[in-house]
Design a protein around this ligand. Structure first.
Ligand code: NDP
Length: 419
């Protein structure tokens, strides 16, 4: 019996809410709150009559802490699931702290205005100190650890697929298969085809900022940064086939480097087709990926936000996307003095997701773990005061829930390794 406040009503939120509504015995009441209330009302209308979860909706601009606090005080949720954008992480964390309500999200904090001089000074110091230049990192949210501990509430960070499930896979591998993990390769393959010349599978602004940035990986206790898309490999993915994949910076590397004892190297690869990369390079070359506002006929516009308005809404890709995703981690390390390697992965079919919840597999593979993360916290299974990533709890109940709620996984022994 619990009451969840979900903030955001985009592609990921829609799946998380659909899944919560399938588990009404846990999520007895749920409030869908977002900037555009009409989207929340439309989703509520779609779900009502099909679920025992009691749904309400609200308007909230989560950039304003006081608005989130007022909503929490009036709705009185047992937890808040933030599936808005990474830009709202800190304001929502502040509101949860003020009202002493547990917090869950799927992506770490990123500053919307990267030209803000105050933010930039902290960012540039961090680039020098840590050695990677991504706009997002955990330092902003890890700074809340003591405050959450004192308030006696849990913040669960990054409960999507990657980050999220990939870190649960790591904790599971360490618990059941290894004495020590030495190398982790996280492989994110999308073998889906939506038929458009160019579209992103989740929020275009967040996606393009991530993909066009320099890559980096963790090796022997430090970050190694690469040029964007500099490191390319080919891998033959189960149920998808051979794909080119590129090394990217990714946020779970930071948490796993801090939390997995003895780890020597952590890399993250994502598959991209040549057409996607050519389009992206062209947008970049003509300035359309810029976050710096320009003046156009007397109005300020941010180029990447203008591009977002032109591109297909990721939530609309569901009916047209065919094919499968394959996301997982290859681990190598030591068990009982012997070297071993395993690959834990999930395969998800875009059309099956669409038939079940009306979304493609990228939203599905993020929304399901978001629901499971909220369920772990609400059931008290993952509940300790402080700020944590998903590798810092017992992985077993989460792994069981993945099998139960639509993201079954397999463990392959002696997989083909990435060189
Ligand atoms: P969408 O753009 O589809 O949805 C974002 C939602 O947030 C929209 O409903 C939007 O409202 C709302 N929103 C934006 N700003 C505010 C605000 N100030 N106050 C209240 N609501 C706001 O994004 P996605 O669903 O694709 O992504 C959601 C999150 O999931 C992102 O943080 C993304 O980084 C993360 N993600 C994580 C993954 C993982 O595996 N861990 C993978 C994919 C995504 P409006 O309709 O008004 O614009």
């Amino acid at each position: 019996m619990s009451r969840l406040l979900v903030i955001g009503c985009g592609g990921v939120a829609s799946v998380a809410i659909h899944k919560c509504c399938q588990v009404s015995e846990v999520f007895t009441e749920l409030c869908i709150a977002s900037r555009t209330k009409s989207k929340c009302d439309a989703l509520r209308k779609e779900l009502e009559g099909k679920t025992a979860t009691e749904l309400t909706t609200a308007q909230v601009d989560a950039d304003h802490v006081e608005e989130v606090i007022a909503l929490i005080e009036s709705y009185k949720p047992d937890a808040v699931l933030n599936v808005a954008l990474p830009y709202q992480d800190l304001t929502i964390m502040d509101a949860c702290l003020e009202t002493k309500v547990p917090y869950i999200d799927t992506a770490n904090y990123e500053c919307e205005n990267t030209d803000d001089p105050e933010w930039r000074a902290i960012y540039e110091e961090r680039c020098k100190r840590l050695g990677f230049t991504a706009y997002f990192d955990y330092s902003w949210q890890w700074a809340y650890r003591e405050k959450y501990e004192k308030a006696g509430i849990t913040a669960l960070l990054g409960s999507g697929f990657d980050p999220g499930v990939t870190s649960v896979f790591t904790a599971y591998a360490l618990k059941h298969y290894f004495d020590e993990i030495h190398n982790i390769d996280i492989l994110d393959c999308n073998g889906g085809d939506h038929g458009y010349p160019f579209a992103t599978n989740f929020n275009p602004e967040i996606n393009l900022r991530e993909v066009s940035a320099p890559g980096s990986y963790w090796e022997n206790g430090k970050w190694v940064e690469t040029k964007p898309m500099e490191i390319k490999r080919e891998y033959d993915f189960a149920q998808v086939g051979k794909k080119d994949m590129y090394l990217l910076h990714h946020e779970e590397i930071e948490a796993l480097a801090a939390n997995i004892p003895g780890v020597k190297r952590i890399r993250f690869f994502m598959t991209f087709g040549q057409s996607y990369l050519t389009h992206m390079k062209c947008f970049e070359n003509i300035g359309l990926l810029s976050t710096t506002p320009i003046n156009y006929e007397g109005k300020e516009i941010v180029p990447i936000q203008f591009l977002k308005a032109l591109l297909p809404d990721p939530a609309s890709l569901g009916p047209r996307t065919v094919g499968k995703t394959n996301i997982g981690c290859i681990f190598t390390g030591i068990k009982d003095g012997k070297e071993k390697s395993i690959y834990i992965y999930n395969v998800c079919d875009h059309q099956e997701c669409y038939r079940e919840v009306g979304s493609q597999a990228i939203s599905y593979t993020t929304g399901v773990p978001a629901m499971i993360g909220a369920m772990m916290v609400l059931k008290g299974l993952w509940n300790k005061p402080g700020v944590f990533t998903t590798d810092e709890f017992d992985p077993d109940p989460f792994m069981e829930a993945l099998n139960q709620y639509g993201l079954p996984w397999v463990v392959e022994e002696n997989p083909v390794l990435v060189d």
